[in-house]
Design a protein around this ligand. Structure first.
Ligand code: FE2
Ligand code: FE2
Length: 294
């Protein structure tokens, strides 16, 4: 099967039409990031770029598209409406899209409480096995005809603190993930694990405490011990692919699919015998200043 991987699209809307009181609290820092630190301009073409990517994915004959989080910038309902409109065809096409949230989709406690991400991506969050943590949609498992299984976990941690973007899988989800990986339905399949926060940076070092995956070591152990072939993530906006030393696992960070200078998506050729191809397609956009990540 041909799997297309999209991440960190960070769709924006005209924020001047949103009441100022909605920016109070954590979104003030987000607004500073957008307006003063230049993030808004780096993602100015996000909507058009995402439409272009989805068109290219269809042209490539992708069997499935997976999205690894950060659909929005500030988790406003207006941003989620824009996301839902652009992903509309895939959402309406049963089994065509899967998704997990990023930290920006859980940007405020209100966005978490109102379950905005879950509502926007409802059709992309189903599971073929009942392995989710009780009361949660994660992990979900998708089984494909050609011997491939896709598993999605939620690595977001809701926070009130500005400029904190760390993540964790958590003990309950790690237990459910382990149970899923031991399920008889996954026997003989090539297993791909999706999350937002990556276990490593591009050079193999661990990401900063305010930004990285807290339980990265536990995740790698569970994944490698139970036959995961490929870990897909985003969050770090510059893409990279790297092997896990001493383990038969490859990590692919899609990077941001829409940020100027790095916009693009990843494509994987998979079947029950393994991963036969990994490549990233870069879209041509006007280069702008570098962005760290979030
Ligand atoms: Fe992120
Ligand atoms: Fe991001």
């Amino acid at each position: 099967m041909k799997l297309v991987h999209i991440s960190d699209v960070h769709l924006q809307v005209p924020y001047h039409s949103i009441p100022a009181r909605r920016f109070w609290g954590r979104r003030l820092a987000g607004l500073f990031n957008l307006k003063v630190l230049g993030r808004q301009s780096r993602f100015a073409l996000a909507a058009a770029t995402l439409r272009e990517i989805l068109g290219q994915a269809a042209d490539l004959g992708a069997n499935h598209v997976t999205f690894t989080g950060d659909a929005t910038a500030l988790a406003f309902e207006q941003e989620f409406a824009a996301v839902r409109e652009i992903f509309g065809d895939l959402l309406r096409s049963r089994g065509a899209l899967s998704a997990i949230p990023g930290n920006h989709d859980m940007y405020t406690l209100g966005a978490v409480r109102h379950r905005r991400f879950a509502a926007a991506f409802a059709e992309a969050l189903g599971s073929d096995l009942p392995v989710a943590v009780p009361g949660s949609l994660f992990p979900w498992v998708r089984l494909f005809d050609d011997g491939v299984a896709l598993i999605g976990v939620d690595s977001t941690i809701p926070s009130r603190l500005p400029f904190v973007a760390r993540g964790a899988i958590g003990e309950a989800q790690l237990r459910s993930l382990t149970a899923a990986l031991r399920h008889s339905a996954l026997r003989g399949r090539t297993i791909v694990l999706c999350l937002h926060h990556g276990p490593y940076r591009h050079d193999g070092t661990i990401d900063a405490p305010h930004h990285g995956l807290i339980d990265h070591a536990e995740l790698i152990t569970v994944a490698a011990d139970h036959g995961v072939s490929l870990i897909l993530h985003g969050h770090q906006h510059h893409p990279f692919i790297r092997a896990v030393p001493g383990r038969a696992v490859t990590i692919s960070n899609c990077g941001s699919s829409t940020m100027s200078g790095v916009a693009g998506f990843a494509v994987y050729d998979l079947d029950d015998r393994g991963v036969h191809g990994i490549r990233r397609v870069t879209l041509q956009q006007a280069p702008t200043a570098d962005d760290e990540s979030a």
